[in-house]
Ligand binder design. Structure first.
Ligand SMILES: [Zn+2]
Length: 377
């Protein structure tokens, strides 16, 4: 008997054929459920949120075979808009040469297909629980996605011991990079209010620009840290400076600037906001801030060794453990358990003619299978 459920290419094509521009609902989740139910998984699909950031569909699936560790796989079925100019229909997957084309091929329907294919071949006597945490809201604001899934898991008392996020982390070759952490991100808006007036009568005005410049100079001189074993130094970037003054003979009444900080695990969003507020206050400036994500680090150890070992056994590559790049949903999942991210080659993600090497899909299936066997066995 043959099962199409272990054919990673067929599974990827089924998912790629469902348009699922973020926020995603419907057919792509029905397809996912149709793959998991025959493998003995309990599937819980639910829709949350309203326009414009929703509605979002999420899928939680789990299967328990006796007492043992709980291994979770997390990912997203939504994709970024394809945009015009593709060589073939972005939602009609097509194999040309060695590549499978389609929006989401690497980010990240391909890796979800590889995980399902790995499950289909797994010995069925491995003790433990396997769960899948799949959202339709990763590429968007992510307000109704993984956080909602974590609430759902808590309500069902599902608590993983380790979580693999299938984001496309590979850089040059499949397996060369595994992410064990991510930097945090916070944006701040600094405002200095003065008093508008005529440039010929500066004693009757209060120019906010020199004050803002002194604040920004002080911020530029800040050294947040020197980096750590696993993180590059935290960085402050001034991203905007706005006075909006079109008149050459007017001292403006206010001046604003915006900064963006990417930070490592030596800081929290809140600690950085306090730090910038203190600097701004010396010149009477005020600060508004929005934290996009906190940093996290899963210390290298048993879990990262497990993944690196499986990669080496399938590809022969020595993996680099990394914390570079933007934020991902791993920042939320890291509150539950050790988290690592590993998936396909990210060269074409979010681009025209996104494509995955068919051989990479097959290798990733084998790597995921080894990880599962060793995590549960
Ligand atoms: Zn992604």
């Amino acid at each position: 008997m043959t099962s199409s459920n272990n054919d990673v290419v067929a599974l990827a094509q089924r998912l790629l054929a469902c348009p699922s521009v973020t926020p995603a609902t419907g057919p792509v989740f029905a397809e996912m459920e149709a793959m998991l139910a025959p493998l003995g998984f309990t599937v819980d699909r639910f829709v949350v949120g309203e326009a414009p950031d929703g509605p979002v569909e999420n899928l939680l699936a789990w299967r328990t075979t006796g007492a043992g560790p709980h291994f979770a796989f997390a990912g997203h079925l939504d994709v970024v808009p394809p945009g015009p100019g593709w060589a073939s229909d972005p939602f009609a997957p097509e194999i040309r040469g060695d590549l499978l084309y389609g929006r989401g091929a690497v980010d990240m329907k391909g890796s979800i297909a590889a995980f399902v294919a790995a499950l289909a071949d797994l010995p069925d006597d491995l003790p433990g629980t396997i769960s899948l945490i799949i959202t339709g809201d990763e590429e968007g604001p992510a307000v109704y996605g993984t956080l909602a899934l974590m609430d759902r898991m808590a309500a069902r008392e599902l608590r993983p011991d380790m979580c693999l996020v299938g984001e496309p982390t590979s850089s040059q070759r499949l397996g060369d990079v595994v992410k064990i952490g991510r930097r945090g991100s916070v944006n701040m808006w600094i405002k200095v209010s003065g008093s508008q007036g005529h440039v010929a009568y500066p004693h009757l005005a209060d120019n906010p620009i020199p004050k803002l410049v002194r604040i920004l100079t002080a911020i530029e001189a800040e050294v947040l840290d020197e980096g750590t074993d696993w993180f590059q130094p935290s960085n402050i970037e001034i991203t905007d400076l706005d006075v909006g003054n079109a008149a050459h003979n007017v001292i403006p009444g206010a001046a604003t600037a915006r900064i963006s900080i990417r930070f490592n695990d030596q800081h929290s969003g809140a600690s950085l906001i306090e730090r910038i507020k203190a600097i701004a206050a010396t010149e009477g400036g005020t600060v508004e801030a929005r934290i996009s994500g906190e940093s996290f680090l899963t210390q290298p150890g048993a879990f990262s060794d497990l993944i690196s070992g499986a990669i080496r056994d399938v590809t022969g590559i020595d993996t680099e453990l990394s914390t570079t790049g933007g934020t991902s949903d791993a920042r939320f999942l890291s509150r539950l358990c050790p988290v690592a991210e590993f998936g396909l080659n990210n060269a074409t993600m979010h681009k025209l003619d996104e494509a995955v090497a068919v051989q990479d899909l097959r290798d990733l299936q084998r790597i995921y299978a080894l990880v599962l066997e060793r995590a549960l066995g």
